[in-house]
Design a protein. Structure first.
Length: 140
């Protein structure tokens, strides 16, 4: 499944695209993209060397607050960021190497808390995390 690229969504929102923001959005494009802030910085600097880590964090935090990027804390290590927010997917993580994949299992899209278990919350997101070992890691 593919969703609308992040840069295209940001243009449609008329979000101010400075050169730094544009390059950050460009490196976040693609399926199964789950980069840490440091990885975003490394890739962005290949295109625009003056990008700073502070700019990357500020941009990612703003994108998360806008709902255009999802923060993913699925494995040991740094927080990663997922630009594919429009398709309601979940995540599969390798417990050994940390590889993180988008998954679209059938049936889980209807999971919903009964009103009696919402404790007054208005549910805006749900996340299911599948954990296992990738074919390269095989197991513990």
């Amino acid at each position: 499944m593919t969703s609308t690229p992040l840069l295209e969504r940001l243009r449609a929102l008329h979000w101010r695209l400075t050169p730094q923001r544009r390059v950050i959005a460009e490196v976040m494009d693609g399926e199964h993209v789950h980069l840490s802030a440091e990885e975003v910085l490394e890739r962005a600097r290949e295109r625009l060397p003056e990008v700073s880590l502070a700019t990357v964090y500020n941009t990612l935090n703003e994108l998360v607050s806008m709902g255009e990027v999802q923060q993913v804390d699925a494995a040991a290590g740094p927080t990663r960021y997922d630009p594919n927010t429009g398709d309601g997917h979940h995540h599969l993580v390798c417990l050994k190497c940390g590889d993180l994949r988008d998954v679209h299992p059938q049936g889980l899209d209807v999971l919903e808390l009964p009103r009696s278990e919402r404790f007054g919350y208005r549910i805006v997101n749900r996340e299911v995390l599948f954990q296992g070992y990738c074919s390269d890691c095989g197991g513990p």
